[in-house]
Unconditional design. Structure first.
Length: 294
């Protein structure tokens, strides 16, 4: 996934690190577009209209991604792979310059979650037009969940799992304290730090400062608005979401980032999400997030 992982566990058994690596390798083998032989790469090369058999884990992530896409009005969309590539944030090498309006329009015409038809009971899906899947806004969180579920199934009740800054915790530390986590802050934003206890909870943060490029005196962040096909320019610096599932925290953080401060907060309230939004307009938190801090 182009990042690192770490796990803190109370009384870990021998061989745990190797088992965790195998779990994350399996996620990459299914969901990384950087791997030509992955399931997602094969799906993106499949003929339009042809059903493709998919592994159960892939179907789980795709179904969750499509659900969040529908609930967010397309602010989160797993089928914008071609747009991500156009802007140089995918597996295809970027030019270091923004794509042309014509190229954006062409990619946008094919993109969109409504182009993906999922038959979950039969573990298959197909494309109704040449949209390409990109799970970069959800797969990392899913990897965290996979590791956490493995630990719980192995009888390890006290742990903190982290993959690329997304975390999920359970139980307590040996000293009886919960797994306290300082939330990631946008560089130089000047917001007060927040600390949360991850007790049966996961946290994910989406930010405009992680990947970007500059061209012609303008900065282009990696977060693409699926509705316009262009990087965000809504003043949001970061969104943090707390959720029992890291997969959903990951996806919702991306969706709220795209929606912006007002619409993002409104959707967080409507969906009962614990969300913190930091933007040019200041800091806003949903009632669910405020309750967790209290």
């Amino acid at each position: 996934m182009g990042t690192s992982w770490s796990v803190r566990a109370v009384s870990p058994p021998p061989g745990l690190a190797a088992a965790i690596q195998r779990i994350l390798d399996a996620v990459v083998a299914e969901m990384s577009p950087w791997e030509p032989g992955s399931d997602i790469s094969r799906f993106n090369r499949s003929p339009v209209g042809a059903w493709q058999a998919l592994p159960p884990a892939f179907v789980t992530v795709l179904r969750a991604a499509l659900d969040v896409a529908a609930l967010s009005g397309g602010a989160f969309d797993p089928a914008i792979g071609a747009l991500v590539d156009q802007w140089g944030f995918g597996p295809k090498p970027g030019s270091g310059a923004p794509p042309t309006d014509v190229a954006i329009a062409a990619a946008l015409a094919e993109a969109g979650h409504d182009a993906i038809e999922l038959d979950a009971p039969c573990l298959r899906a197909r494309r109704t037009r040449a949209a390409e899947l990109d799970f970069s806004g959800i797969a990392k969180g899913y990897g965290v969940d996979c590791v956490a579920e493995h630990l719980l199934a192995s009888g390890i009740a006290h742990f903190l799992v982290e993959v690329g800054g997304e975390l999920r915790g359970a139980g307590v530390k040996p000293d009886g304290q919960p797994w306290w986590v300082d939330l990631e802050l946008p560089p130089g934003a000047g917001f007060a730090p927040s600390r949360v206890a991850l007790h049966g909870m996961a946290v994910a943060t989406s930010g405009d400062y992680r990947r970007w490029f500059a061209h012609g005196g303008q900065r282009y962040a990696h977060s693409i608005d699926p509705r316009t096909g262009r990087p965000l320019a809504n003043g949001v610096h970061s969104v943090t979401v707390l959720h029992p599932q890291c997969m959903l925290a990951d996806a919702w953080a991306t969706a709220l980032t795209v929606l912006g401060p007002e619409a993002g907060l409104a959707l967080a309230e409507a969906e009962g999400l614990a969300a913190l939004i930091q933007s040019d307009a200041g800091e806003a938190m949903s009632s669910g997030f405020r309750a967790m801090l209290e």
